[in-house]
Design a binder for this molecule. Structure first.
Ligand code: HEM
Length: 400
């Protein structure tokens, strides 16, 4: 088997759009990723994506951002501000887990700290399973933890969430409630299954588990990276303080710049389903691995500038490219949470009052509004359980 590395934007884009290349990054993590949307190929992938896409409409993101999210944020951030401190990694996971549970369709009926902790522990285990390829731990041990977490997840969260939705769907079918009264989430869409996609119970369980971890893991890590860069930028560029704190459109640029430097996974892998020619001129066989190096492509100097390795929210990017580079992927597997998390890229005259900023900008903005700053006596540390360069803990203090 040969590994063919693509680290230029044009080649990466071509490969991500090539219909003869199938997903292969999650083969190690089959315990949680087998048969889920991200690992499917061809017609099977298209059908499931079309079905699930119903949840990810732009009009809904705007509603979520202005109505649902502020309440969830206040519930979780309020007590942390009152304490005067928090760990951003823990906080990030807690808030984004709630966010993705809403989208996935997992109820938290108790709304208690105990319930949140239980789901949080399960979701973190799922994330370790999904990213097994980059794990530094004993892989079989992680797989066993994931198997146990799936059983617990099913009993505590999934089955009650299914039961409530089946009841609502039955009432809707009898004409007792309107379609708008049904929950708007992936689980409801899959249970209604209007397109008759084949989804046995164990696959449904993995699919929902995948959503929970895909959304929360990447959002939490990206939020901590983003605020870390903002802290450093403010330290080195005090002249930008006012802008960072008051101008949300500029803060969104700060977030996009951080997303560019920190793709959730530094690489995407693909396996040819038949012999293919790549845009580089190389040929690849089904036994080969195509490694698309998003991390390197996002630093390509002729697109992102001579200082592409550095963080600079004032950067202008070559026309036709996104400020966050390839961080949300492209092609058939383009991230369904892209606009939800990253918002819309501000182009031309944008009304700041009605712009969709994305959850990460809202989170970073709320933390800055509360006066968050790194704890000088407790420096942040990188995570050790993964080869991915994510923060393991990041203590901050709030303004009293
Ligand atoms: C900063 C946060 C996020 C980043 C950086 C990110 C990144 C990505 C990337 C790179 C892919 C494609 C992987 C590939 O082509 O191999 C992807 C796929 C996906 N993401 Fe995200 N993601 C984020 C947040 C979210 C959220 C919040 C959700 C859901 C609420 C989500 C749902 C998905 C789904 C469902 C797919 C699979 C799409 C498909 O295979 O058709 N993501 N994400």
């Amino acid at each position: 088997m040969a590994t063919i590395v693509l680290d230029r934007v044009a080649d990466a884009l071509a490969a991500l759009k090539n219909e003869h290349l199938a997903q292969s990054l999650y083969d190690e993590g089959k315990v949680i990723m087998d048969g889920v949307l991200l690992t499917l190929h061809g017609e099977e992938h298209r059908k499931r994506r079309v079905l699930e896409f119903r949840v990810f409409r732009r009009s809904f993101f705007r509603y979520y951002e202005t109505e649902v999210f502020p309440r969830a944020l206040a519930e979780i951030l309020g007590p942390e501000i009152a304490k005067g401190r928090t760990d951003l990694v823990e906080f990030g996971y807690r808030i984004t887990m709630n966010l993705t549970a809403d989208f996935a369709g997992i109820d938290r009926p108790e709304k208690s700290a105990r319930e949140t902790e239980a789901l949080l522990k399960i979701v973190k285990t799922f994330s370790e399973g999904a990213t097994l390829v980059h794990s530094t731990r004993d892989k079989e041990e992680v797989r066993n933890e994931v198997r146990a977490a799936l059983v617990e997840f099913d009993r505590l969260f999934l089955q009650p969430s299914i039961a409530r939705r089946l009841d609502l769907i039955a009432r809707f079918n009898r004409g007792e409630i309107a379609e708008d009264d049904l929950p708007r989430d992936v689980l409801t869409v899959l249970l209604r299954n209007e397109d008759k996609v084949d989804l046995p119970p164990d696959l449904l369980r993995r699919e929902i588990a995948f959503y929970l971890q895909a959304g929360s893991h990447s959002t939490a890590n990206s939020t901590v990276h983003a605020i870390h860069h903002v802290f450093e930028w403010l330290r080195d560029h005090p002249e930008d303080r006012e802008r960072v704190l008051k101008d949300r459109l500029f803060l969104q640029r700060c977030v996009h710049e951080s997303l560019r430097l920190h793709p959730a996974s530094p690489v995407s892998w693909r396996r040819p389903v038949c012999p293919v020619s790549l845009s580089t001129g190389a040929s690849a066989e089904p036994t080969d691995r195509i490694e698309i190096n998003l991390w390197a492509a996002n630093r390509q100097k002729d697109i992102f500038g001579e200082d592409a390795d550095a963080y600079n929210p004032h950067r202008s990017v070559a026309q036709g490219y996104e400020p966050f580079g390839l961080t949300f992927g492209t092609g058939v597997h383009t991230c369904l949470g892209r606009d939800l998390d990253g918002g819309l890229v501000a182009k031309g005259d944008v009304d700041p009052a009605n712009h969709q900023y994305g959850i990460i900008t809202l989170l970073v903005g709320a933390l800055l509004d509360a006066g968050a700053r790194p704890d000088p006596d407790d420096p942040p540390e990188l995570a050790t359980y993964t080869e991915r360069p994510n923060w393991g803990r990041y203590p901050v203090l709030f303004r009293r």
